[in-house]
Ligand binder design. Structure first.
Ligand code: GDP
Ligand code: MG
Length: 828
């Protein structure tokens, strides 16, 4: 099919190639100038000179020669007649007819690029899925990635490429999402932007619309969740609103697919410039700002490069808003200095006048405009659903009752996660055990078997068992988000969180951290402010994740048989206390002077659908699983290899001879023989491990861990825990010679730990573990290096500097705390 052909731009054409214009993508002054030169749909252009490094390129159009910069030619879509030749040769085998080309041209220009923008939870993804038949994740609270989804649909002979962008309340620059959406609009230049508006919250949603209005782009509004507006009985003359703001409005109910067809025919009309409503309307910002805009526009027009690239009024407004990333972008252009200094001058005049940041002045003017037009077009039914929400909120966000209710919900969540989750956890555990037992039997002895069973099954298998817990935890979290309760939880916690310099919303990632720190780090994206995000990430590792639990359980059952619950709780509480202290400290050190006021919005309560909540849960889990599958797998293999090599170990005893001796011993019973043989195998494995690379590493760090009262085996276990903390248990199993073949090893391991004595060093013969050592070890496990996957997540969400910092500070802190507890405890 012809439409399948890749889009060609004028800049792609070679010397003497001829192209027919199908679309001009640019806007503003550029579009005007280029149109005047004759670059319009259907005209043919011939390349005169296009050398690879040459800029500008020379073209012939309507018998005259013109030159365009490469960047400009990139904004003109064409169909090359050579392309059509190729098609002709394969299909028609005759002379190329004008008919063929014009068909191609027609098809090409019938491709519309559409971008969906709108507030989070306005229904973008639902609409996208319905329109394109895709199944993208719905719901927008935690861990939704900043990326775009693309799909296309066909309607009325047009191919419409739809891009789903991240949800934003604004396209200023408070969050990476906002910047991303803005860049997409100004750089990808979609033909039509669809602004999806949640009808139940017009005022806030229209703020984004007001920013789109500044940009002079083609916009269509999808007035979504129209069912809710009707249910409430509100009266909204949206046609009138559309006329005022120059943007056609189509009502939709995305969840039922209502109005989607109409929306896309409206998009086509707007694209073809045949919609009566669509026009470019200005928001009047008042005399002072308008004056500043006028001065800046004059200056912008002097700079052709900037004038071509940006719509001048938009650029002027952005400059007045003192938008940092926009100014940086402008500063890239030659001769932008004067414009920028003029902007600063205008800003200081305005700020002097209003005694307020220029940005706020513009935002206020926008809100003023919005409430003005809504007054004219919108009549709210007095008893509405929001009031019903208010009634529920009376309890759920009550000053006193809010907390117990919230804690109750949390309690249910953890209860479900751990008690309900323990059943499938056991099944998976058994399954992994069976599978590795099976492989052990069928595979020949050697490195491959070892790698599969100890490296991959031991490492990744140990993590997979937590999947049910993670799924349940994420299901509960998704449920809380989808009903709207999560926003209330953040609201309740806001005051407390502010005390430690964080935002109420930080509370959600922190809670998720008890499940797994990885998705929790990702969930920090919901915070608007980068500094809040980083601070939250930095303290997240102290939220003791479920992977640390097996280590605690082992040590507590071995050394604190009488106060198990209490000791476990104390570890969690110390984690939380540390998080608070560290947050206070880091806030002082790194983010001293900043406080962005933030409005906490409470969306109306919604009854969630099982389907959405499940999809939501699954997407969160998937991110977790892929991290596990990549990072943990690699780390497990690496650690395994360090423990497995070198192979030419020089043993202190001839174990093989010992084994033979036992086998040949007739005075022993068979069962007795088996046990003794197993013990020899384990002793051999332990010595081999000690002499392996990882054993050498363990010995190397002995000077560092000696003050903590540890032997080298704890050192090695801790190193293996870098990949994932549950691996610590497995490593201890191997090193402390527990029988790994049988599954009741945890009992064995417990006893072994109690009996373990130092085999070398100054304290030889003394017991390694005491309750004090066990406790300080648990604290160390709680605090030190979160795990490779978390570090990778922090690197992705912040940058490698913060990731490195987290690695170092947590480990150093862990050492000092373990040291203090051990040494002080020893005094008593
Ligand atoms: P996004 O964040 O903008 O991508 O919004 P989503 O597509 O994730 O939708 C948020 C929630 O609103 C989901 O629970 C949807 O099922 C629901 N929703 C979407 N469109 C409508 C609608 O037209 N009416 C109603 N009542 N609910 C909707
Ligand atoms: Mg979405």
């Amino acid at each position: 099919m012809v439409t399948q052909a890749r889009t060609t731009y004028l800049s792609d054409l070679q010397n003497s190639e001829i192209g027919i214009i199908t679309k001009v993508i640019g806007h503003g002054a550029f579009r005007k100038r280029i149109t005047e030169m004759g670059f319009v749909k259907g005209k043919s252009v011939k390349v005169i000179k296009n050398a690879p490094l040459q800029d500008p390129i020379e073209y012939e159009i309507m018998d005259s020669h013109v030159s365009l910069r490469r960047s400009e030619a990139r904004l003109i879509e064409v169909v090359s007649t050579d392309n059509s030749n190729a098609i002709r040769e394969s299909k028609f085998n005759g002379t190329i007819t004008d008919d063929t080309i014009s068909k191609i041209v027609a098809e090409k220009s019938r491709t519309i690029n559409v971008a969906l923008v709108g507030n989070p939870n306005s229904g973008k993804t639902t609409l996208f899925n319905y329109a394109t038949g895709k199944h993208e994740r719905v719901g927008n609270y935690g861990g939704v990635t900043i990326d775009t989804k693309e799909a296309h649909l066909k309607q009325d002979g047009y191919t419409i490429n739809v891009t789903d962008l991240p949800g934003t309340y604004s396209i200023s620059e408070y969050s990476p999402e906002e910047l991303f959406v803005r860049r997409h609009i100004t750089e990808e230049m979609p033909d039509v932007v669809v602004n999806i508006i949640d009808s139940s919250n017009l005022e806030r949603n229209l703020f984004l619309t007001s920013q789109l209005m500044d940009m002079n782009i083609k916009v269509v509004i999808a007035l979504n969740m129209y069912d809710e507006l009707e249910d409430k009985g509100d009266k909204f003359n949206h046609a009138e609103l559309g006329k005022i703001i120059g943007i056609p409005i189509v009502t939709t109910v995305a969840s039922k697919g209502e109005g989607i067809k109409e929306l896309f025919s409206k998009i086509i009309d707007v694209y073809e410039d045949r919609d009566p409503v669509s026009r470019h309307a200005h928001i009047n910002y008042g005399a002072n700002i308008e004056d500043a805009v006028k001065h800046l526009k004059t200056e912008i027009k002097k700079n052709k490069l900037i004038y071509d690239q940006f719509y001048s009024r938009y650029a002027a407004i952005k400059l007045i808003e003192n938008d940092k990333s926009f100014s940086e972008q402008i500063a890239q252009y030659p001769n932008s200095h004067e414009l920028l200094s003029l902007a600063q001058k205008e800003i200081s005049i305005l700020e002097e006048e209003y005694k307020e940041k220029s940005e706020t002045v513009i935002a206020d003017a926008k809100y003023g405009f919005i409430s003005g037009v809504l007054k004219e077009t919108y009549q709210q039914e007095p008893v509405n659903r929001r009031q019903r929400s208010h009634a529920i909120d009376m309890i759920l966000t009550h000053k006193i009752w809010g907390f117990p209710v919230f804690i109750f919900f949390l309690w249910i969540m953890f209860q479900l996660t751990f008690s309900l989750g323990s059943y499938p956890m056991d099944w998976i555990d058994a399954g992994v055990g069976l599978l590795s037992g099976f492989l052990k039997n069928i595979l020949p002895e050697g490195s491959l078997r070892n790698l599969l069973i100890d490296g991959i099954f031991g490492g990744v298998g140990g993590v997979i068992v937590f999947l049910p817990n993670i799924l349940i935890l994420f299901f509960c979290i998704s449920l809380m988000e989808d009903t709207g309760y999560m926003a209330r939880a953040a609201f309740i916690m806001d005051k407390l969180m502010h005390k430690i310099g964080l935002h109420g919303k930080s509370f959600i990632p922190l809670i998720m951290g008890f499940g797994c720190n990885v998705p929790a780090v990702m969930a920090t994206r919901t915070l608007e402010n980068r500094k809040d995000r980083i601070l939250t990430m930095l303290i997240l590792p102290f939220m003791s994740c479920s992977a640390r639990l097996p280590v605690y359980v082992l040590l507590i059952s071995a050394f604190f048989p009488n106060n198990q619950g209490f000791v476990l709780l104390s570890i969690y509480i110390i984690g939380i206390a540390l998080a608070i202290l560290v947050a206070l400290l880091f806030k002082k050190i790194f983010f001293a002077k900043q406080d962005v006021p933030f409005v906490m919005e409470l969306p109306p309560y919604r009854i969630p659908t099982l389907r959405n909540t499940t999809i939501h849960m699954w997407n969160k889990s998937l991110q977790y699983l892929t991290k596990m599958g990549t990072v943990i797998l690699t780390a497990s293999i690496l650690i395994w290899a360090l423990g497995h090599f070198p192979r030419d170990t020089k043993y202190s005893k001839d174990y093989n001879a010992l084994s033979k001796q036992i086998s040949a011993n007739v005075s022993l019973q068979d069962s007795e023989k088996k046990i003794q043989l197993a013990q020899i195998d384990i002793a051999k494995e332990s010595e081999r491990m000690q002499k392996s690379y990882i054993g050498q590493l363990g010995h190397l760090i002995v000077p560092v861990i000696q003050p903590l009262g540890w032997d080298w085996k704890i050192g090695v276990s801790i190193i293996t825990g870098l990949a994932a903390k549950e691996i610590v248990v497995g490593s201890m199993g191997v090193l402390y010679q527990s029988d790994m073949a049988a599954d009741e090893n945890s009992v064995n391991l417990k006893d072994k730990l109690q009996q373990q004595v130092f085999t070398d060093g100054p304290r030889i013969g003394e017991k390694v573990f005491s309750p004090l050592v066990a406790y300080s070890l648990m604290l160390f496990i709680l605090i030190y290096f979160p795990c490779v996957a978390v570090i990778a997540a922090i690197k992705k969400e912040a940058n490698w500097k913060w990731a490195t910092f987290t690695m170092i500070y947590t480990t150093v802190l862990a050492w000092f705390i373990a040291f203090a507890v051990y040494q002080i405890g020893n005094l008593f």
